[in-house]
Design a binder for this molecule. Structure first.
Ligand code: ZN
Length: 238
């Protein structure tokens, strides 16, 4: 079993809840944006560095280490990037510098944002998904970035919001873009952390939601002086 996590965004409480929820797995794959928005960049990186099979580059990861123009971000996101840049240790900065834009493993392609634009494009609808199906060679591509759990299948052109715990079979003759949702800042109206479990032998995925201590992370964000909007949105899952 492989746990696929994305968009943790320095939310230590959410990360811990998710790690506890899946327990022992063979591998953990991360789709990027380990940092940004939240108060705990170093704590999150210290826990995950030794656990991840690989780590992909997210826009917030780049923005937090001075490798992306911060004017590309919203004012709140920019402020959180600057906070992270100030706080992050040299060792953790080096780790983020070493993340990859694209990973390919047997039937799976993995990117933070989209196969066409690995760091920036948001795949929010069927049109964007269709424009991206030709940009990866494998049957399946995992993406993060939008913080929305969703599946796009080329053979069935609609966007499927997956049900919690439902086991979904992956078809090798299809082309599928799969988003596990966000661990640290869900945006589908459900404040619980989202991730998925991949059974790479039987080719099935299962979506998981996990409650975590939202109040604790909000207090830590207040103490850190992070923007009010970023604090408030966590309890609404928006
Ligand atoms: Zn993100």
């Amino acid at each position: 079993m492989i746990a696929i996590i994305s968009d943790i965004h320095s939310n230590l409480a959410a990360l811990q809840a998710v790690l506890d929820d899946f327990g022992e797995v063979e591998q953990i794959w991360s789709l990027g944006d380990l940092v940004g928005y939240g108060p705990n960049p170093n704590e999150v990186l210290d826990i995950l560095k030794g656990k991840l099979s690989f780590s992909l580059t997210g826009n917030h990861d780049l923005g937090s280490i001075g490798q992306m123009d911060l004017n590309a971000f919203t004012p709140d996101a920019k402020e959180a990037c600057l906070f992270t840049d100030k706080k992050i240790t040299l060792e953790n900065r080096r780790y983020l510098e070493g993340t990859k834009l694209v990973e390919g493993l047997s039937n799976f392609s993995l990117v933070h944002a989209s196969p066409r634009e690995p760091v920036w494009e948001y795949i929010l609808n069927v049109e964007a998904a269709f424009e991206n199906f030709d940009y990866f060679e494998t049957p399946f591509c995992f993406v993060g970035h939008t913080h929305m759990p969703v599946i796009f299948k080329r053979n069935k052109p609609n966007a499927v919001a997956p049900r919690e715990d439902a086991v979904i079979e992956l078809d090798l003759d299809d082309k599928v873009i799969i988003n596990p949702g966000s661990v640290g800042q869900p945006r589908d109206g459900d404040p619980r952390s989202s991730y998925l479990l991949l059974d790479d032998k039987n080719l099935t995925i299962a979506y998981k939601r996990v409650e975590y201590d939202v109040k604790a992370i909000q207090e830590a964000m207040e103490e850190a002086g992070l923007p009010r909007n970023l604090i408030d949105r966590l309890e609404h899952g928006l």
